[in-house]
Design a protein around this ligand. Structure first.
Ligand code: NAD
Length: 368
């Protein structure tokens, strides 16, 4: 019986961690449990060939531990490729805290989590993600130096989301250039799904350029607030995947391009911030390619945040971080062309370029 043909429920009887479908030769997986604060967290270190594993901490109300484990495995792997393709000397890691960030999070829990991060002596460096904030990172900074995305007042780079949004905007423009022959988004119908930290700033860029922006979110109050602030219209249709738009921008959670949605999507370009947008990299990437939909790989265009926090490690320079983020435009175009030349999907193209950089470094390290 191979792991491919047994489901997660049966897997735990066989290989509960290394047998997970999302396991991809991760170097280290750390389970953190603290009874006193209620902390239950998992830190995933996927690969440290290029440098310490940097990636944010997500706090989420997972339905079960399998979901949390799979999320951290998928997200940490994504970070390896994100840093590699962006040219950063960082490996890939990520952490998840199991719980509702609105009701379960306490300063004691976050501090305890920081102590776990510290125990890894810099092999893993944390940052904020969905469900955690700059204030949480400041708390963590009190118990470890292996944290980024801390407040500017204590020497950090602050919230990385605006920089992430700028990178997504650059990637979207490059994808538009590839698909429509122009990167001018004026008059283009763009649907932004998820108008949180990243989505809102993206909406601002798009509206400024004259795009016709529609927004969707599960938070009605936020929809009304952001809609009124930028003059974006609220999506009211039954099914946003069938929306008649030019560009679909997933900026909420991952896996929105899946068996149920991939054949319905009418947009000609997909470019958004969410991590792991393709439920299955190979199958759904291929279907998008066959349907002529230009997909800008998520881990490539949402790298602005990591570029910003990386700058914090090497000496923060906001202008330099923005310049590097702007270059996402060029890299995205290169990936579209590489994919065409090699008759592969853009996801495969981006993975292949990232993997080559890791392989090259591995060779150099071995030769030392
Ligand atoms: P956020 O939590 O601030 O915003 C997410 C938004 O999505 C919220 O408004 C939420 O209500 C909405 N949402 C949740 N489920 C939804 C659904 N089913 N349909 C519609 N809306 C839904 O998060 P963020 O920081 O803006 O990040 C957005 C995405 O981008 C996440 O997937 C995150 O991992 C990824 N990302 C963020 C950064 C960053 O710098 N913040 C960097 C890289 C990747």
């Amino acid at each position: 019986m191979t792991t491919e043909i047994i489901n997660a429920k049966e897997l735990h009887k066989v290989d509960p961690v290394f047998g997970q479908l999302s396991f991809d030769n991760h170097e280290q997986i750390v389970f953190c449990n603290d009874k006193d604060t209620g902390l239950k967290a998992i830190i995933g270190i996927h690969n440290t060939t290029l440098g310490p594993a940097l990636g944010g901490t997500r706090m989420w109300k997972y339905a079960n531990e399998w979901e949390a484990l799979n999320d951290v495995l998928r997200l940490s792997r994504g970070m390896t490729y994100k840093s590699a393709i962006t040219g950063l000397n960082l490996g890939g890691g990520k952490a998840v805290i199991i719980g509702d960030s609105k009701t379960d999070k306490t300063p004691e829990m976050i501090t305890k989590f920081g102590e776990y991060v510290n125990s890894l002596s810099g092999r893993y460096i944390t940052a904020e993600d969905v469900g955690t904030t700059t204030a949480d990172m400041d708390l963590i900074r009190q118990v470890t130096k292996h944290v980024t995305g801390i407040s500017e007042s204590i020497g950090g780079s602050g919230n990385p989301s605006p920089v992430t949004a700028y990178g997504v905007y650059m990637g979207m423009k490059a994808a538009a250039k590839y698909k429509f022959g122009t990167d001018n988004l004026a008059g283009k119908k763009v649907l932004v799904q998820g108008i949180g930290h990243v989505g809102e700033t993206l909406v601002e860029y798009l509206v400024k350029e004259g795009a016709l922006v529609q927004i969707a979110d599960i938070n009605q109050a936020r929809l009304e607030e952001v809609g009124a602030k930028y003059g974006a219209s609220i999506f009211t249709g039954e099914d946003l995947y069938t929306a008649d738009v030019d560009i679909y921008s997933p900026c909420a959670l991952g896996a929105t391009i899946n068996d149920d949605t991939v054949n319905k999507i009418r947009a000609k370009v997909i470019a958004g911030a969410a991590n792991n947008q393709l439920a299955n990299d190979i199958i759904h990437g291929q279907i998008l390619k066959e349907r002529g939909i230009a997909y800008a790989p998520d881990f490539l265009i949402n790298a602005g945040g990591i570029i910003n926090v990386y700058a914090e490690i090497v000496g923060y320079d906001s202008a330099e971080a923005m310049k590097r983020t702007e270059n996402i435009y060029n890299t995205t175009l290169e990936i579209f062309n590489f994919a065409d030349t090699n008759k592969i999907t853009t996801q495969q193209a981006a993975m292949s370029v990232a993997q080559s950089r890791i392989d090259q470094r591995k060779k150099e390290n071995a030769a030392k």
